[in-house]
Design a binder for this molecule. Structure first.
Ligand SMILES: Cc1cc2nc3c(=O)[nH]c(=O)nc-3n(C[C@H](O)[C@H](O)[C@H](O)COP(=O)(O)O)c2cc1C
Length: 167
């Protein structure tokens, strides 16, 4: 039993708008076909063994596909991929994957060629919390490209870093 009452959901959402986050496509396979969603709830867990987590709403189609396939790939988007991020909200999975080049690394999950980084993962644990599942991925392959300007989500919109450093 929790000891304290939760803050109102709207207050929480307003607060979370201030939490700037990197934008990713979490991809997987659905009976051999590409599937995936845009996700900001991605974070590192541990370097030994290399692992990260993604929080996926159990109400999404992608949740079921990841759980079934047991694998996923986190594709970290670059600042110039804002139009692609918007397109990836299309309802039709084929439309989400049509405009870019994809390949595979170890697990067979689609790895976006133009992503800043691809983390190819096997699901190692799964926990439920509220509406979401926390899926921990054991990172079995990686690919990185030169671009170093990430696409961010902040205050309900896509952003990028205007200056490399603060002073
Ligand atoms: C900027 C942004 C971040 C998002 N982050 C997440 C996330 O971390 N986890 C999640 O489950 N859904 C997230 N979503 C929502 C999914 O991308 C969205 O529900 C998607 O349409 C689900 O597709 P599907 O039902 O085909 O799997 C986010 C959406 C946007 C626009």
């Amino acid at each position: 039993m929790p000891r304290f009452d939760a803050v109102p959901e709207d207050d929480f959402k307003r607060g979370m708008r201030r939490l700037a986050a990197a934008v990713n496509v979490v991809s997987t396979l659905e009976q051999g076909r590409p599937a995936g969603l845009i996700a900001t709830a991605v974070c590192s867990v541990s370097a030994g063994p290399p692992s990260l987590l993604v929080c996926v709403n159990r109400g999404t189609r992608t949740h079921g596909h990841i759980v079934e396939a047991g694998v996923f790939c986190v594709n970290v988007l670059a600042a110039d991929q804002m139009p692609f991020a918007r397109q990836f909200l299309a309802r039709d999975p084929a439309e989400r994957f049509s405009s870019c080049r994809w390949s595979t690394l170890a697990t067979g999950s689609p790895a976006l060629d133009e992503a800043m980084t691809n983390f190819d993962c096997e699901v190692s644990s799964q926990f439920s919390s509220g509406t979401h599942d926390i899926l921990v991925g054991h990172v079995v392959a990686m690919r990185q490209r030169e671009s170093s300007n990430p696409l961010l989500y902040f205050e309900g919109d896509y952003r990028h870093i205007a200056h490399g450093e603060t002073s």
